[in-house]
Design a protein around this ligand. Structure first.
Ligand code: ASP
Length: 438
């Protein structure tokens, strides 16, 4: 395990986060008295701060695809023996499933106890639906464009006809698809295992060099983080404002509490039981990763930082980190699964739809499956949530009720998604399945 060195950069990023939040809150307070000032601050956020934040974000996005490819393929080659791929993948998927199921269950228990939807007044409901109805329609439309789950759809998701087109994002929408790249990287790594020693080693060192180069770019981006993070946080705070919090206070606080409970509670128990790390030390070491997840709201954008931290700050074997983290980024979304369950129950409560125990059990399973399909980008889960609402006979426009606070909860659920991925990598690293790899 690497020595614990509280890096000054990690502290500076954290301070940046606080500065952004405090300045944002101050602007809201003063803006309450001088609305023109708040308007000016919002315009400044949109015109100046957001593009600046995007420089940081895009630099991370630049490296995602080559990094997923390089680290995953290198991880598989490093296994050295194809028969070890099965147990490694088996353990990884079992942990993903356990993690997401526990998260959704916690969220659903909270929603059944607090029942925040019952407290929303009819007047607030119609105001929110009116205000965010347009944005809701966009997500419902995107949901409608997604084909119903069938075997063919699953095959298409992993094996599109045009691999390069899918990765480049020309196939479906503007975002590149990560799942086909994951499968291709695993196949390439597996094929490389069959090469003779000399060529296998040169493939491995080529892939490792690619990964290191991408990690180098991540370090450049992280140098921007102490400035980009406050800019992004300030922008979110001034744009969201207080009102919406007050309207949805119990729901927001309930979700935040359960997310914190899952990531720092359940996951700390996993660390304690299944790894050699002390939970406190673990969370301290990956602070910059959590802050990156929080400020970017994107698991994909956070993957490069997560990979670097897993190897450099936690001493997780590159083969394990390279295998678990890219997979986890796309499939293991505990925060998202938890949130999907909570939103469906919340909107059902607001509209007076009662879901039976059996329906809620189905919801748990669908929320987990839905989270696997969610893209690791800001707001990635919204179309899936619209789909879940339709499945349970709840008006999908209801998603408009939570859209105003979605950004804050998106930031938080991304922290849970990413935090749980790194914990899973640590657990898998500690299991026997990968013991012989160095
Ligand atoms: N923003 C989330 C992530 O990237 C996905 C979502 O739940 O919307 O992990």
């Amino acid at each position: 395990m690497a020595e614990s060195t509280p890096t000054p950069l990690a502290n500076r990023i954290l301070v940046g986060l606080l500065v952004g939040a405090v300045l944002g809150a101050a602007t809201l307070l003063i803006g309450g008295m001088f609305p023109a000032l708040l308007e000016a601050a919002r315009a400044f956020a949109v015109k100046v701060l957001d593009p600046f934040g995007q420089v940081f974000l895009r630099m991370l996005f630049f490296v995602v695809m080559p990094l997923v490819f390089g680290s995953l393929a290198a991880g598989v080659v490093q296994l050295g023996d194809l028969s070890r791929l099965g147990p490694l993948a088996g353990a990884t998927f079992a942990l993903f499933f356990a993690n997401m199921s526990i998260a959704v269950a916690l969220g659903m228990v909270m929603m059944n106890i607090l029942r925040p939807g019952d407290a929303i007044e009819a007047e607030t409901k119609s105001r929110l639906v009116q205000e965010y109805g347009g944005a809701a329609a966009k997500h419902i439309e995107r949901q409608a464009q997604q084909p119903d789950m069938s075997l063919q759809v699953i095959v298409d998701m992993f094996m599109p006809r045009n691999l390069v087109g899918a990765i480049a994002g020309t196939d479906r929408g503007a975002l590149g698809e990560v799942l086909p790249l994951i499968l291709f990287a695993i196949l390439l790594g597996a094929a490389a295992i069959g090469l003779d020693d000399t060529r296998r080693k040169s493939v491995q060192s080529g892939l490792e060099t690619l990964t290191e180069l991408m990690t180098g770019i991540v370090h450049f981006a992280l140098r921007l983080a102490p400035y980009a993070v406050p800019a992004m946080i300030y922008s979110v705070v001034v744009k969201i404002g207080w009102d919406i919090f007050v309207a949805l206070g119990v729901f927001v606080l309930g979700c935040l509490a359960v997310m914190v409970l899952h990531v720092f509670g359940t996951m700390s128990v996993w660390l304690k039981l299944f790894t050699r790390y002390s939970p406190l030390d673990f969370w301290r070491r990956i602070r910059p990763v959590l802050v990156t997840a929080f400020s970017t709201s994107s698991s994909n954008a956070t993957l490069p930082t997560a990979l670097a931290a897993a190897r450099e700050d936690l001493g997780i074997r590159p083969s394990t980190a390279g295998f678990v983290l890219p997979l986890g980024t796309t499939m293991n979304m505990a925060g998202t699964a938890l949130y999907e369950g909570c939103v469906v129950l919340f909107v059902a409560q607001v509209f007076g739809v009662d879901l039976t125990f059996a329906q809620q059990a189905t919801l748990l399973l669908l929320a987990v499956l839905g989270a696997v399909a969610v893209a690791g980008v800001p707001g990635g889960s919204l179309p899936i949530i619209a789909g879940l609402l339709i499945t349970f006979g709840i008006p999908p426009e209801g998603i408009g009720i939570i859209l105003g606070v979605d950004r804050l909860l998106d930031m938080s659920r991304t922290v849970v998604n990413v935090g749980a991925d790194i914990v899973t990598a640590a657990v898998v690293d500690n299991l026997d399945v990968d013991q012989k790899t160095v």
